[in-house]
Design a protein. Structure first.
Ligand code: HAM
Length: 436
């Protein structure tokens, strides 16, 4: 059997690959209006970046990370050796940790400098069980604003993301924006203890995974898919009732700014997100879809401690990432098809085999003049060359016939009107450009 792609990965065929380029272009245009500039960090990073940055207790780090091992190191491992930390490399499961690492490493936000607004687009890798909308390699577009802790940054980025979703064709009526605050290291530890105490009161009713969560990170129980756990967690203490004064003020300001800009949102005190680095604001954008369980098309939040966790000095951060594939699924469910774009303006057809060399040269001249041009490479008859020209969407066909060529002429056919006229070969390209 022919070799197929790895499960949980997707090929972006030309029409979709073109769409992906437009998608990234739209993001760059809209995010650019808010001051975000591109950054491109490696797809592989030292494993310790994710273990420290994303949080050891998260599913992403504990079971969903792909490790990258060179052939040499694989042999060492199989021989029972342990690898040095600089040889422990992982495929990035998300973009934030890498961007923060790069910002720290290159001092992108020197003390007293304005914040750095960065955006990225590219593949992320998570060894999850693949299903519709959940892949092992998927594309994200994300932004990170580093060095500013004002709530205007949080609100601005959320508004920007909602604008982007609408711009690509997801109506606001189809989206649900959920917001919450995760508190900070002043108020969260006490809250965490309250949740743990609550869980211990009902210990026997929680699933095995939640038992493990009680030890590692009880707040993750809010994300449990087990019905009984979800039901129990409905009555657990709510973080928003236990925020410190500063966090409460920050959260109120974010909500006020969102309301003021007309963005509809719902508060969800059970929104804890799957990564450990969040402090204060967290949010998620979901779409309603009966067919799929993977409803989050984007999400993010504030992470004011992450820079220190990866070894830098204190630096606030806020960002989000959106899942390209889930956006596409949503748009397709709304009836979108990838636009088929024609890359061919002119087709150079040969009436005789003798004209092939001249066709080859003329098509090259067209391209040198910036005109997208195609010709037959398979010895087709003139009739099938016309069919091909039609299929490729050419606006003009140039026909090279023996008689005309002997007089130094070529025939131009307007593919829409079928109107034909003879022009001197030397003037063919400029005549074509006038028609286009
Ligand atoms: P995340 O919620 O893990 O956040 O991922 C962001 C988005 O990526 C999700 O909402 C979803 O659309 C998409 N996504 C995640 N996993 C998969 C998957 N296996 N298959 C397809 N799509 C997926 C982050 O990654 C954070 N780095 C966001 C962030 C940036 N927070 C602060 N700054």
């Amino acid at each position: 059997m022919a070799i197929r792609n790895v499960e949980g990965t997707r090929d972006l065929l030309p029409a979709e690959a073109e769409y992906w380029d437009c998608f990234k272009g739209t993001a760059a245009r809209i995010f650019g209006l808010y001051g975000y500039r591109p950054i491109d960090t490696p797809m592989i990073e030292l494993t310790e970046l994710f273990v420290r940055g994303i949080g050891e207790a998260t599913d992403v780090v504990s079971k969903e990370m792909f490790t990258a091992i060179s052939g040499e190191n694989l042999k060492r491992l199989l021989d029972g050796e342990t690898l040095k930390s600089k040889s422990r490399i992982s495929m990035r499961p998300e973009g934030t940790a890498g961007v923060v690492r790069a910002a720290v490493q290159h001092d992108l936000v020197p003390q007293g400098a304005p914040s750095a607004k960065l955006m990225y687009a590219g593949p992320m890798f998570r060894a999850e069980r693949p299903q519709r909308g959940r892949q092992r390699q998927f594309n994200q577009v994300g932004v990170e604003c580093l060095g500013a802790d004002d709530p205007t940054i949080d609100a601005e980025a959320i508004i920007m993301l909602m604008r982007f979703f609408e711009e690509i064709g997801i109506p606001s009526s189809e989206m649900r924006l959920l917001v919450n605050s995760m508190g900070c290291d002043k108020c969260r530890p006490a809250y965490r203890q309250l949740v743990l105490d609550y869980m211990l009161q009902h210990e026997s009713k929680f699933c095995d995974t939640c038992h493990a969560r009680m030890e590692m990170n009880p707040l993750r129980a809010f994300d449990c898919k087990n019905e009984e756990c979800a039901h129990l967690m409905e009555d657990a203490p709510k973080i928003t009732d236990h925020l410190c004064e500063d966090c409460r003020e920050h959260y109120s300001k974010v909500k006020e700014l969102l309301k003021g800009s007309g963005v509809t949102f719902a508060e969800d005190s059970s929104l804890v997100r799957g990564l450990d680095y969040y402090t204060r604001t967290v949010f998620e954008v979901q779409v309603d879809n009966g067919k799929r369980s993977q409803s989050a098309i984007g999400g993010g939040g504030r992470y004011d401690k992450l820079a220190e966790e990866v070894g830098g000095r204190p630096m606030s951060g806020f960002g989000f990432a959106l899942g390209y594939e889930r956006c596409v699924l949503t748009l397709q469910e709304l009836g979108m098809e990838f636009p088929e774009r024609s890359g061919c303006q002119v087709f150079v057809a040969c009436a005789t085999d003798d004209a092939r060399q001249a066709a080859f040269e003329l098509s090259q001249l067209c391209r040198d003049e910036g005109v997208a041009c195609e010709l037959d490479h398979q010895g087709r008859s003139l009739k099938s060359q016309f069919k091909l020209a039609d299929k490729l969407g050419a606006q003009v066909a140039v026909i090279l016939g023996a008689d005309e060529m002997s007089q130094g002429l070529v025939k131009l056919r307007n593919m829409d009107s079928h109107e034909e006229r003879l022009v001197p070969t030397a003037e063919a390209v400029s005549e074509i450009k006038q028609i286009l």
